[in-house]
Design a protein around this ligand. Structure first.
Ligand SMILES: Nc1ncnc2c1ncn2[C@@H]1O[C@H](COP(=O)(O)OP(=O)(O)O)[C@@H](O)[C@H]1O
Ligand SMILES: [Mg+2]
Length: 265
């Protein structure tokens, strides 16, 4: 017997009651399937002239019945997958937008990066695939979590733009973004590599300047890397460096110190 569907209540999160109802439908369909099988064998076993069975036979010979019986489990399965995706995006969004404390806190970099990549999916999914290779065992690094996620987001969006530029917005197939993080001595090191258009040598010195952009109005504000520099260098006492080759791609390398930084007087 399937458990009852769960109706909306104020306290149940919507993804939860939708999931509960879909699993109810999944189990309920198994029961209805048994009834259908029983009806089929009854109809097949009874002599054709039994008049009382005429409506049942007519219903069973409905041309779309077979299709419906096949499609219901598939459609439920896809709904379950979709709901799992929605739940993970909602979780990531909540976490991403949760205000950080005014203090540094121990940040699990691998987790923060995964959350940011999930939240920013709409920015990269048409132009690139992303690989994340993070050392899950690395010690949490003292950081302003939300500001750090914003830096990863800014660099990720730039990577997607650079790939879009090199590949005509995905028309020439997808590019690739690779994010790694690991501990190296007294630093947590994050590398974000794209195989996009690359940065010409003559502008490489200026990319961290506030308002420097090579993008059309509406796409670029020139603030992304200025914010990244301020966050990493000024607020965390770390380093942010870029390696790039036109036509090959770009890597941003971030070093974040483990040791508490002295604030300049
Ligand atoms: N991954 C990258 N590949 C190529 N160029 C980049 C990349 N990241 C940044 N840039 C260059 O640096 C400039 C400044 O970046 P940013 O400060 O984020 O401003 P915006 O993205 O608004 O232009 C960009 O306009 C672009 O020319
Ligand atoms: Mg940018």
């Amino acid at each position: 017997m399937p458990s009852r569907p769960v109706w909306r209540t104020r306290s149940t999160p919507p993804t939860q009651y939708v999931s509960d109802n879909v699993s109810f439908l999944d189990r309920a369909f198994v029961i209805l399937g048994r009834v259908l099988d029983a009806a089929r064998s009854t109809s097949a076993a009874a002599p054709p002239e039994v008049a009382e069975l005429a409506p049942l036979r007519a219903a069973l010979s409905q041309s779309r019945l077979e299709y419906v019986v096949q499609q219901i489990p598939r459609s439920i399965e896809q709904s379950v997958d979709g709901l799992a995706r929605i739940a993970s995006i909602v979780g990531a969004l909540k976490e991403f937008s949760h205000p950080s404390s005014a203090q540094k806190e121990p940040v699990d970099l691998a987790h923060a990066i995964e959350t940011t990549v999930t939240v920013a999916r709409g920015e990269w999914k048409y132009v690139a695939d992303i690989d994340i290779e993070c050392d899950r065992e690395m010690d949490p690094v003292p950081a302003y979590r939300q500001e750090l996620s914003q830096v990863v987001l800014n660099i990720l969006v730039n990577a997607a733009h650079a790939i879009g530029e090199a590949r005509h917005d995905g028309a020439d197939g997808k590019g690739h973004i690779r994010i790694t993080c690991r501990r190296e001595g007294e630093f947590a090191v994050v590398c974000i590599t794209d195989n996009g258009a690359g940065i010409p040598a003559e502008i490489r010195e200026r990319i961290f300047d506030p308002f420097f952009t090579t993008k059309p109005v509406g796409k670029g504000t020139g603030q992304g890397l200025a914010i990244a520099y301020d966050t990493i260098v000024e607020k965390h006492g770390g380093r942010i460096e870029v390696e790039s080759e036109v036509g090959v791609g770009t890597t941003f390398v971030i070093h974040l110190p483990y040791a508490a930084q002295r604030v300049a007087a």
